[in-house]
Design a protein around this ligand. Structure first.
Ligand SMILES: Nc1ncnc2c1ncn2[C@@H]1O[C@H](COP(=O)(O)OP(=O)(O)OP(=O)(O)O)[C@@H](O)[C@H]1O
Length: 398
């Protein structure tokens, strides 16, 4: 039965024209082993690194076409860049053009002010002292170099994991173009205002939450540009009754462009968590994210590997179909903590997409445990960053 489904999947994949004009992906041996469990299909495509962008739309089409096969309810396809020569960490990597050189990342996890490479354009400096938010102890960003890696899912579950440590936690959805927090926490409606100006955040699972999705209609085209994005973000940071919070988790917009850089500068961040999937392609983007935060002198608290491995629900056998371990190696190479790994798991997708994040829905399960470990790693990294700076007060555990 499964075998039959697999060959039908291969038939369908073989019919989709390859976007690089080459032969179909099946005959080129680009399709990984295919797993079908509970009507869900999982596999990865190993694509040439140079054609990665073009294969992204192919990936989406493949997911749609496979999900349309009778007997398949949904499909999850990941792209893997073809490895050439030695492993990822040993291979010289393309640098993002605007990133400052980090000559000894192991010895200098954070470039000190003024240590940016001479070759890089002058980094846009944050204002000398970014004003904090009264009553908010620490703000941390959850970011990713590219979209779709599970940044928002991680942000929500990390916020809940920190809450499980006894902290008062808020969640700010700064992804103004594609806010996910309303969906992830199943929240809707407009925030009330307290005194004609201060908005009262909505609340779910004990988290205070704010999102552009609460302020605009879903159909409103998100044509927010430059100053409008910034004023929306400033409003959501400063004109919201967040107080009192130990940690405000900010779900950043994906990517490492100017908009993200401006945001990273505008928010008084205590640190940033980078989410990546294990594939080489995603890691290249994650590295850009890391460089971005270093440019604005925000400590990188660590890297989370999402969709790290896959456990077949019928047999419980674990498969590293997406190249598990890439983010750990990358974190080591870059001299930042590796915060933990989260498997590719339908339960995580389904609970996220139904507004019941897995840390709240199944607090004693293995996935909640994974997020709680990540949460503890984040707190440790915050403490370490704090000790480095030697100024801000400690977070107190209850
Ligand atoms: N570990 C996981 N296992 C299975 N599905 C996951 C996992 N993490 C995230 N997903 C699913 O992947 C999809 C993308 O996740 P999410 O919205 O969190 O990503 P994102 O990086 O924030 O994306 P975007 O940049 O588009 O907002 C969602 O459907 C989510 O439920």
């Amino acid at each position: 039965m499964n075998q039959d489904l697999k060959s039908r999947i291969l038939d369908v994949l073989g019919e989709i024209p390859a976007p690089d004009g080459g032969a179909d992906v099946v005959s080129r041996g680009m399709v990984s082993e295919i797993f079908v469990a509970d009507g869900k299909a999982f596999f990865s495509l190993s694509v040439p690194a140079s054609a990665a962008e073009r294969f992204e739309s192919f990936r989406r089409v493949a997911e749609e076409r496979v999900a349309a096969i009778e007997g398949i309810a949904s499909a999850m396809v990941a792209l893997t860049a073809e490895r050439q020569g030695p492993g990822l960490s040993a291979r010289p990597q393309p640098r993002p053009p605007a990133a400052p050189a980090a000559p000894h990342p192991h010895r200098h996890p954070r470039p000190r002010p003024g240590a940016a490479a001479a070759a890089a354009p002058p980094p846009p400096r944050p204002p000398a002292q970014k004003p904090g938010i009264p009553g908010v102890e620490r703000i941390i960003a959850v970011a990713s170099g590219k979209g779709g890696v599970g940044k928002s899912t991680t942000a929500v579950n990390l916020a809940l994991a920190l809450q499980a440590e006894g902290l008062k936690v808020g969640l700010l959805d700064a992804d103004i173009y594609g806010p996910s927090v309303p969906r992830l926490l199943k929240l809707s409606g407009r925030p009330e205002t307290a005194n004609g100006r201060t908005m009262i955040p909505l609340e779910a699972y004990g988290l205070k939450a704010m999102s552009m999705g609460f302020l605009v209609e879903e159909e409103t085209p998100m044509i927010w540009r430059g100053p409008m994005v910034m004023s929306a973000l400033t409003q959501m940071l400063r004109e919201v009754a967040w107080e009192p919070l130990d940690v405000l988790v900010v779900d950043m917009p994906p990517g490492t462009g100017d908009a993200q850089l401006t945001m990273a500068q505008a928010v008084p961040l205590a640190g940033a968590v980078i989410v990546s999937t294990p594939q080489d392609l995603a890691l290249i983007d994650a590295r850009r994210g890391l460089a971005m935060f270093r440019r604005v002198d925000v400590p990188v608290l660590g890297i989370v590997e999402n969709m790290s491995y896959f456990v077949a629900p019928d047999t419980g056998v674990r498969y590293d179909i997406f190249g598990h371990g890439g983010a750990r190696a990358e974190a080591e190479r870059l001299g930042v903590p590796f915060l933990g790994e989260v498997p590719l798991e339908m339960a995580i997708r389904e609970s996220s997409d139904s507004g019941q994040p897995v840390v709240a829905a199944a607090p004693d399960g293995p996935h909640a445990r994974a997020y709680r470990l990540i949460g503890r790693g984040v707190l440790e990294a915050l403490e370490a960053a704090n000790a480095n700076e030697g100024k801000a007060p400690d977070i107190v555990f209850e």
